[in-house]
Design a protein around this ligand. Structure first.
Ligand code: PEP
Ligand code: MG
Length: 745
């Protein structure tokens, strides 16, 4: 019985393939398909609806309904039974459609006389493309076999739609990926950029959804699954303990799952090619993923999704390297990316667009360090964009123009020209101090982490490097750097700085900065976990090696070092003793010691703001790491956009806390700076200066605009605006400061 049904379904696909084979225009193909489906399933009606835009479905072909309704009848997503199938991406199968909730009567189609209704979503990898509908007069419920056969057909239709097989008249039949599209996201690094799409993980294209020889397809699937299993086993052998291993265990479980394999084999039995069968399963899993709320289950489904992608790459031979050439002006498009992967691309990128991502992540920090405009949380970008598409990033408004039309292009180019003019203005004040109207002088330094950052010291006019994130050097490598390599690198950094101060921060790993060659640490909350100086003190080998490398690099020059993530006084004293011991050892070994050594701490946890006075007296300097400090002050994950956005840096409570730190430092004459990302945002920088900070360290591209703003501002006035806002009980001082800025031009 099953065999017979499989043969029928294969027959249907065989006829479908014949219908597609010729050079018929898209509309004729669709018409033929609806006719042959209605004929095969023995129903009066078969219709195909495709999306004409995100919210609207258009009837594109029908057998049985009024043909005048084609390209006229439209439904909103969620409207009527068809709209419901599209929204929920679930089958609706009913013998009595007119009495089902949500039924919508459309007189132009003449459909009121049909009782039974079967609607199947046309979807590809979670991307809804349309709905396939069959209807009949008799009140029958379609069988599971009929539904399966039509799901297989819908899958093939989705592939063909993606490949442009139905391009023709009617807005819904315009070629996919050809229309100008505007998408919105959140700005993570300002700036405008124009270029062409470069997909970090190019989509797999299935060109042969229908099997010629099912036996051969079954063999191909078996071979591919075997290759997949071997690959997962190899990864297991290489992985250490911890979270990564757990993920791989799940992979192995899925790769060996008989149910998963059987369902894919069934797909082939029904006439699909091996890759189409994998995709069909993947689409179902993705649709399910959107429905489940349990985060554990979602993660497992996403593991399965990843595994399916691997299987598809094996089957199609389309690796990450598709042979496509990276455009000269690449705009990277990815679902998400880690800091190490981003560093591999380096400055070659003109811009970055992420579907997920977050403003507070270290990938965002890397983008900032490289001064590459970055927009995160851009929904659907990875399904909309194709390699080579023209794209324009408006990193002021958080807008991505994909395949822009001429008017957008020209407006955008005007914007780029304006930005260039502004840059020229900033260059003219490069060698002038950031002296405010009230006579305060703010020292503006830059953040860095790569050799490639250092030319910016000169071009931006920064007065030094206020934060050198040494971990970036560790992240870009595939193995632990040697002491001699580090020492040579730090020496080059100091040489390039030409006497300007450089503050080296010792290794800050953990949280989202995971070294590929270190055993991953299985922790439920890595941001609150074993990271930064905690690792340095517990396993001092690396810290010592780094301190030695720094001392040797200084080679008689002044050396400034700070320890990240100091949460209590004792951690500072322990780390400092490590430095003292290392200095003594280096002297014994006959190395030239630095001319002077200044040892600071990063204030990144609220606890340190309340440290004993003695700590403030002992420490040579403090640097406020606002990124971490803010996340711990508000208990809001810096990488979780949803909660991060709730809390403004200019919130009065946070600003008061910062001010108290500045006051405590003033009492003990402890130099203090602010090196979090907020230092590089003009309004924030202005307020930080107004509450008494006299040293700010930021990305180089921010120095010009911030200097320009500070030179035009009177901090006494800003201070008063902040004071008044606090007394009024405002939540944030931002509105008041913005108003002051407006009034002062
Ligand atoms: C900070 O937390 O503000 C900081 C500068 O360190 P990082 O962003 O590297 O954690
Ligand atoms: Mg930090």
């Amino acid at each position: 019985m099953v065999e017979r049904k499989e043969t029928e379904s294969r027959k249907l696909l065989g006829r479908l393939r014949d219908a597609m084979a010729g050079d018929d225009p898209g509309q004729e193909r669709l018409d033929k398909i609806t006719t042959l489906i209605a004929d095969s399933i023995d129903t009066e009606v078969c219709s195909i609806y495709l999306f004409r835009d995100d919210e609207t479905l258009e009837l594109c072909a029908t057998e049985g309904l009024n043909s005048d309704a084609v390209h006229q009848t439209r439904l909103k997503l969620g409207e009527g039974l068809v709209g419901r199938v599209a929204r929920r991406r679930q089958v609706i199968n009913t013998p009595d459609a007119p009495n089902l909730r949500g039924f919508r009567y459309m007189p132009e189609t003449g459909e009121e006389i049909y009782s039974s209704f079967l609607g199947i979503p046309i979807q590809r990898l979670g991307d809804a493309l349309g709905v396939l509908v069959v209807q009949s007069k008799d009140a029958r419920k379609f069988t599971a076999d009929e539904i399966y056969a039509l799901e297989v057909v819908a899958m093939v239709l989705a592939e063909m739609t993606e490949l442009g097989a139905f391009v023709g008249e009617g807005a819904a039949m315009s070629a996919r990926h050809s229309q100008p599209t505007m998408l919105r996201g959140t700005v993570a690094q300002e700036g405008v950029a124009e270029g062409h799409v470069w997909l970090h993980e190019p989509r797999v294209v299935v060109t042969n959804p229908i099997a010629d020889d099912p036996h051969r397809e079954l063999e191909r699937l078996d071979e591919a699954v075997e290759e997949l299993r071997v690959g997962v086993d190899k990864m297991m052998d290489m992985a250490g303990e911890g979270e990564q291993r757990q993920v791989l265990e799940t992979y192995r479980m899925f790769a060996n799952s008989k149910g998963w394999l059987r369902r894919m084999q069934e797909g082939i039995g029904r006439g699909l090619s091996a890759e189409a069968a994998v995709e069909k399963e993947q689409s179902i899993a993705r649709a399910r993923m959107e429905q489940v709320t349990d985060s554990y289950l979602r993660e497992r489904l996403s593991d399965l999704d990843d595994l399916s992608n691997r299987l598809l790459r094996i089957l199609t031979g389309q690796g990450k390297d598709t042979g496509a050439e990276m455009p000269l002006d690449p705009i990277l498009v990815a679902s998400n990316i880690g800091p190490a992967e981003l560093l591999e691309y380096g400055r070659a990128l003109k811009g970055i667009v992420l579907e997920k991502g977050s403003v507070g992540s270290h990938a965002a920090i890397v983008a900032r360090a490289l001064a590459i405009p970055l927009i995160v949380h851009v929904g659907r970008i990875t399904t909309e964009a194709l390699n080579g598409d023209q794209v324009m990033l408006d990193g002021e408004q958080g807008i991505v123009h994909l395949r822009p039309d001429d008017t957008v292009v020209s407006a955008f180019r005007d914007k780029i020209a304006m930005e260039t003019q502004a840059k020229e203005r900033y260059a003219s004040i490069r060698d002038k101090p950031a002296e405010t109207k009230c006579g305060a002088v703010i020292e503006l330094q830059m953040n860095a982490g790569l050799m490639a950052d250092l030319p910016s010291l000169e071009s931006s006019g920064a007065e030094g490097v206020g934060l050198f994130r040494t971990e970036l050097q560790f992240l870009v490598r595939s193995q632990m750097p040697k002491r001699s390599e580090l020492s040579a690198l730090y020496r080059r950094v100091l040489d390039a700085a030409q006497g300007k101060p450089v503050v080296f921060r010792t290794l800050d790993i953990g949280s989202d900065k995971v070294l590929p060659y270190m055993k991953p640490n299985d922790e439920p909350n890595p941001a609150l976990g074993w990271r930064a100086i905690r690792v340095g003190l517990d396993k001092p080998g690396i810290l010592r090696m780094q301190l030695q490398a720094l001392i040797r690099a200084a080679n008689g020059r002044p050396l400034t070092v700070m320890f990240p993530f100091i949460a209590q006084y004792e951690e500072y004293t322990q780390a400092r003793s490590e430095m003292d011991r290392t200095l003594a050892r280096e002297a014994k070994l006959g190395h030239v010691l630095p001319k002077s050594v200044s040892i600071g701490a990063m204030l990144e946890t609220p606890s340190l703001g309340f440290a004993p006075r003695k700590f403030f007296e002992d420490v040579d300097f403090l640097s406020i790491g606002g990124n971490d400090l803010k996340q711990f002050f508000f208990a809001a994950d810096r990488e979780n956009e949803r909660v991060r956005k709730r809390y403004d840096t200019l919130n009065v409570s946070f600003l008061s806390f910062l001010e108290q730190i500045v006051e405590r430092c003033a009492e003990t004459n402890t130099p203090v700076s602010f090196c979090g990302e907020d230092a590089g945002r003009p309004v924030e920088a202005l307020c930080l200066a107004a509450i008494g900070l006299r040293r700010l360290s930021m990305r180089p591209a921010s120095i010009g605009p911030i200097k320009s703003l500070l030179r035009r501002s009177n901090l006494e006035e800003v201070r008063k605006v902040i004071f008044d806002a606090r007394h009024r009980g405002d939540m944030s001082v931002r509105p008041a400061v913005m108003e002051w800025l407006r009034q002062n031009g």
